[in-house]
Design a protein around this ligand. Sequence first.
Ligand code: HEC
Ligand code: HEC
Length: 304
Amino acid sequence: MKTALLLPATLFVFFGFMPHFQNTTPTFADIEPILEDRCTMCHSGSRAPKQLRLTSFVELMKGSEDGPVVVGGKPGQSELMDRIKGISEPRMPLNGPPWLRDEEIALIEQWIDAGAPDAGKAAAAKTSQTEISTMKSEFVTFEDVEPILGIRCMKCHNTKGLMGPAPEGYLLNNYENALDSRDRARIVPGNPDASELIRRIRGQALPRMPFDGPPYLDSAETELLEKWIVQGARDKVGKAARIPVGARVKLHGMLSGRWTLDGLDLMRGGRERIDKNPQIGDYVEVRGRVTNDRTVLVERIRRR
Ligand code: HEC
Ligand code: HEC
């Protein structure tokens, strides 16, 4: 009785379901949504990493400045495949984990295996979709700044980056890590001047970031990051970050007064240590704690 019921069901799966998959060779139209969802935030426009743009079939097939990333019929020789599987590092998407799902990786592999055919019919509603998402919020959110961090910072500030483990243990591969203040806060929501991340980008704190610059960030990118922090370092849905009251900070810059750091007022509690007799104009390191009004209570100022 049981087998009699099971057999037709099995037959249905084999003959009703399987041929549907086997007969449809994936085309670019099938993988485009994956690229749009997980890749184009970085791989688009003039700043695309290694000039690899994944925004259209033609762009993808142009490859990167090092050559093609997809070799039709040869997934094993396609750098794109190696990157999404983590055979070649850094693994893509660079802001993972999460990486692509197994089904997504398999689909891209089948597509390349089938000779990487073009779409046929292009997704027409694509641009209006992008316009909607950029109008979504009047605030700068993490969604707006993530591509900058992705293209310029994550290759080092990642679990397995170009320089090995993240420099200073500072991960910039996602929102939570960028804001993490357990070790110390590199972002003080509401106060870019007290945020070492901004100080490094401006070159007030040295070495300037990105470490492999020049080129450094341009003024539009720097201003966007500053604005993001001024508005509370909001997450992707627009929620402002909590102020990490009491968290440690370690800032670098020029002593511009007694005591200001490039114009940032430093609060004194009366118990701070002043080392090596720093003078106005000296490059110093300031250690302190974040206060509830987003400023810095100094614990130590040392000439460097
Ligand atoms: C957060 C930003 C970011 C995202 C998202 C991202 N990438 Fe990348 N990608 C980079 C950076 C930066 C590099 C250059 C890293 C390096 O030096 O190898 C890169 C390099 C690559 C390369 C190597 C190109 C070459 O010629 O060596 C491929 C292929 C690639 N990415 C594919 C993808 C794919 C596919 C996705 C989506 C599944 C993706 N990337 C998502 C930032 C990103
Ligand atoms: C080529 C690798 C590399 C890239 C790319 C890079 N960094 Fe760094 N980063 C480093 C190194 C190395 C250090 C440690 C430098 C030092 O202080 O001696 C560092 C330190 C930092 C620090 C100080 C961390 C702390 O605990 O005080 C911040 C903040 C920072 N980087 C932000 C960024 C940002 C933002 C970007 C992108 C705009 C970026 N970095 C790109 C290598 C890199």
